[in-house]
Structure formats: structure tokens, C-alpha cells
Design a protein around this ligand. Sequence first.
Ligand code: SF4
Length: 279
Amino acid sequence: MNRTERANRVLSGLRKVIARPETELSHENPYELIVAVILSAQCTDARVNMVTPTLFEAFPDARRMAEAEPEEVFPLIQSISFPNNKAKHLVAMARRVVEAYDGRIPDTVGELMTLQGVGRKTAQVVASVAFDRAALPVDTHVFRVANRIGLVHNADTPLKVEQGLKRIIPESVWGEAHHLLILHGRYTCTARAPSCDACAVSDVCRYFEETSRLPGSLDGLDPAHGKYYCKTRRRYFDQPDRQTDRYGTEQLCCPHCGSMNVFYSKTGATARKVRDFRV
Ligand code: SF4
């Protein structure tokens, strides 16, 4: 299966289980959206939605925000991460919007990226969600899910993931794909404990395929003989070597024969790892 076919299968599988592929940030207009997205950096959407009603009451548009000082914004957002910096960014963003765009949030990725606190991901979210522009923002969830499933290969930066996804997903569904992958990552393919058993796309997921192939635990190992056990040589050892496997993941290996068929003698669990792309 090539990556385009895999992407088609993933999107059609996720459409069946995600009824509303849209942002979970509460907003009524582009100004409220850009504020919410700036606040959501390294913070949950749920937490952002708790502070924005009061914030928008106090500063209902870019002009009112531009007249404020960061010290006035700070108390209203102090329960979210990095409130100091975000208060400064919000005020500076609004001032630039007033000065350069007559108080209206610009609608292109390039213009949006000239605003304080607005990087490539934020600009693309606003352009896509508020203005229906073709964009495919990559956040931590999209990054992890795209790599785990195998929609991209060895893409180690958000930009590489974005470029890889854009090559295999039709432009007409970039916005939808962004939301499907985010929501899948947020609720099913979570960073620490992906729910592979309940996943609608496990049949086309590379990570699932690789973890399914890992050997089961060995019984009867004796840690008194050494921390590790090489099943190939059937001998214990304490100091493993390391090798990179064909997927690019560094694995422990036997210092005597180089085999990666290594187990922890205390638990009997395999020492083999599958890269899971947590960031
Ligand atoms: S099978 Fe597991 S790792 Fe793969 S997409 Fe589903 S939840 Fe994520």
C-alpha cells in the first residue's frame, strides 16, 4: 500500500468515527479564533475555553485589545500556560492588526505570520478555519499521528510532516484532514497510551503493525545472572550494545553476537522498542 492509498483509508476510517471534524476552540469570529489559538499553545482547548468568555467580554475586538496593556490582559488569562508572554503577544498582535489591517484580522497565511505570537501553525489554523483557505496545520497531535500511522516517513519536523501530508492528501480536504488527525490524536492515538484496540484505522497503521510483531515476554529468566538475556545466544549480560534498526530506532543488542533479540531478565519483557513519535 502506498502512502496515498494509506491516507485515503485513514481519512475514510476516521470520518466514520469522528462526526464533527472541527475545532474545539469556542469562537464567533476571526478575532476570537486567533486569540484562542494563540492562547492554546501548550495548553488544552478546554482550558482556553474556560478563560475566553471573560476575556472577550473585556476585549471584544482587536481595537479594544490594542488599547489595553498586557498587565490588564494578564489577570484574565493567568490560569493558562505562559500567561505573561501570551498577554504581551495578544496586545502586540492586536496593535499590529489595527495599524496594518485597519482592525480586521488578515486572511492569508503570509499576512497572519507577520503578527506577534503567530507562527506557521497558528496562521494556518486561522486561515483554514476562519477564512476557508487551503491549509494543513501540523500540531503535536498531527505530527505524532501522521508519523505513527506511516503517512509520512522519517519526518522529524512539523514542516516536513506538513509537506509530506500535502503530497498525499487532496487540497480540497486539507482542512478536514487536519481536524480528523487532531481529534484522533487527542482522544484515541494519545501520546502516552494509544488506544490501538479501539482504533478505527489500526488495520493500516505502521506503529500497530510493528508493535504487534514484538515478541511476547519470556518466563523463567533469572536476574541474578545478568540484567539482560539474549535469546539468540541464550546468555545473560549486564552491558548491552546499541544498534539502529531498519526503522531508524536505536535498539539494545547483545554485546556478544549483536542480536536485538534481547529481554529484560527482571520482567521477561522484550527490550525492543517501536518509535512512537511523542513530542
Ligand atoms: S493503531 Fe494505535 S498507534 Fe495506530 S493510529 Fe490507531 S491508536 Fe494510533
